[in-house]
Design a protein around this ligand. Structure first.
Ligand code: SF4
Length: 87
């Protein structure tokens, strides 16, 4: 259905060095487990939706762990343009 496709368009794409995270904001339910795993990379905005932070990020392993912890798979992780999670 076209309505579902439109909903997936609200994606926050943030790059740092060769790492890129994509937060599918329409999926995010504000569970905040990503923040527990990668507190230097993710935060919640005023609507309780995940955002990528400014400044130094966590190392890649922690960012992937954060993405894996997300109950709704709202975080995608890329390195050098290649998707590393989810595969
Ligand atoms: S773990 Fe997933 S649902 Fe929870 S805040 Fe992070 S991105 Fe959103």
């Amino acid at each position: 259905m076209p309505a579902k496709k439109a909903a997936r368009k609200n994606i926050d794409i943030v790059k740092k060095g060769d790492i890129e995270v994509r937060i599918i904001r329409d999926l995010c339910i504000g569970a905040a487990t990503c923040i527990v795993y990668a507190p230097s990379t993710f935060d919640l905005d005023e609507d309780n939706i995940a955002i990528a932070k400014n400044g130094e990020w966590d190392r890649l392993e922690k960012i992937i762990a954060a993405a894996q912890s997300c109950p709704v798979v709202a975080i995608e992780v890329f390195q050098k343009g290649k998707k590393v999670y989810p595969k």
